[in-house]
Design a protein around this ligand. Sequence first.
Ligand SMILES: Cc1cc2nc3c(=O)[nH]c(=O)nc-3n(C[C@H](O)[C@H](O)[C@H](O)COP(=O)(O)OP(=O)(O)OC[C@H]3O[C@@H](n4cnc5c(N)ncnc54)[C@H](O)[C@@H]3O)c2cc1C
Length: 380
Amino acid sequence: MALDSETFDALIETVRRFVAERLRPLEAKVAEDDEVPSEIVREMREMGLFGLSIPEDYGGLGLTMAEEVRVALEFGRTTPAFRSVFGTNVGIGSQGLVMAGTDEQKREWLPRIASGEIVTSFALTEPGAGSDSASVQTKAVREGETYKLTGTKRFITNADKASLFTVMARTGGEGAAGVSAFLVPAETPGVSVGKPEKKMGQQGAHVCDVNFDEAPVPAANRLGEEGEGFKIAMRVLDRGRLHIAAVCVGISERLIADAVAYAVERRQFGKPLAEFQLIQAMIADSKTEAMAARALVLETAARKDAGQPITLEAAAAKYFASEAVGRVADRTVQIFGGAGYVADHGIERLYRDVRLFRIYEGTSQIQQLVIARETIRNGG
Ligand SMILES: Cc1cc2nc3c(=O)[nH]c(=O)nc-3n(C[C@H](O)[C@H](O)[C@H](O)COP(=O)(O)OP(=O)(O)OC[C@H]3O[C@@H](n4cnc5c(N)ncnc54)[C@H](O)[C@@H]3O)c2cc1C
C-alpha cells in the first residue's frame, strides 16, 4: 500500500536533507575509515530506512516500488556506501522472506529487520559460482527436521554485521531445480565470517566470505519448498536490480550537478569551461543518459506496482543505468581535468565507486543475456 502523498513527500524531504546535510560532509571520512559512523546508522534506524520495503504489518513503511526507487535516487546523491548500510535489509537480505516466507517466519524476523535491530545478508555467490549462480555447491543435507549446511559463500555484502543470512544451498541434483533457500542465523554453530575484502571503491560497505561447516538449520527455516530457492533468488534480484538502477541515476545526477558547478566556475582561455562547446557536449551526453535511465527506472517501477513481470525491464534498467553512470563519471573526471583525478573533489572516488554497479546483482553481460532471452521468448 502506498503512503499518502503528504507523508511520502515529507519522507523524501527528510531524506534529501539528511543526505545533503549529514551524509555528504562525511563522504571523505567514511572512505578513509572504511566505516559508516554508528551515530549515522542510529539516525537511519530512527528514520525507518531499514524497513522501507517491509510491509507495514511487520513494522516497515511498506513503500511501493515507485516510492522505493525515489528514495534510492536520493541516496544516489552521496557515497553509495551509506545506502549499503540499510540496502540489504530493504532488498536482497529481506525480500526472499517477504515473498516466500511463512507467517511464522515473517513474524519472527521482519519486525527486527524493519527496525534495523538486525542486519541481513543474501548469500548466493560462491568461489566457483558467480554469474553461473545456479551451479552453487554449498550443500544442505537433511537429517530429520534439520538440514546441515556445508560450503563457502563469497563477496557477501554486510556479512560482518549480519545476524541473518538468506542462503541458497543445494538440496537436490544439478542445476537451478536442485537449489533451496534457507534463513540462517549468524549465531548458528558452524557459521563463520571472513575478514572484509579490500575493494576498489565503496569503502564503508563491507563484503566477506561466509563459511558453513555442517551448520544445523531447522527445516522450519527453509523458504518455500525444496527446489524453489533459485527461483526465489531470481525474483529477489529482479527487484534489487531496479533499486540499483535508481541509485545509478541518483549518482549520475549528482555527478552532472558537480560537473556543471565546476564548469561554470573554472575559467580557461578567458572564459568559463561551460562556454566551450566540447565541454557542453559532455554535459549534454551525460544529461541525456541520466534522463533516459531515470525514465526507464520509473516506468519499470510503475510496471512492478501494477503487478506485471519486470525481469526484462529490470535487467534493461540496471544494464543501461549502470553503464551510463560509468560514462557520466568518466566525463565528469574529464570536465574537472587534473582536479578530477586527484582526491580533493571526491570525483575520482565516485568514479571508483560506480564501477561496482556493472558487476554485482548480475554483470552487464548477464543483463544482456536476460534481456535477449526474454525478448526472443516474447517474439521481440
Ligand atoms: C562488492 C561486491 C558485493 C557483492 N555482494 C554480493 C552479495 O551480497 N551476495 C551475493 O550473493 N553476491 C554478491 N556479490 C557477488 C556478485 O554478484 C558477483 O561478483 C557477480 O555476480 C559476478 O560473479 P563473479 O564475480 O564470479 O564473476 P564471473 O561470473 O566469473 O564473471 C567474470 C566475467 O565473465 C563474464 N561472464 C560470465 N558468464 C558469462 C556468459 N555466460 N556470457 C558472457 N560473459 C560472461 C562476466 O560478465 C564477467 O565479465 C558481490 C560482489 C561484489 C564485488
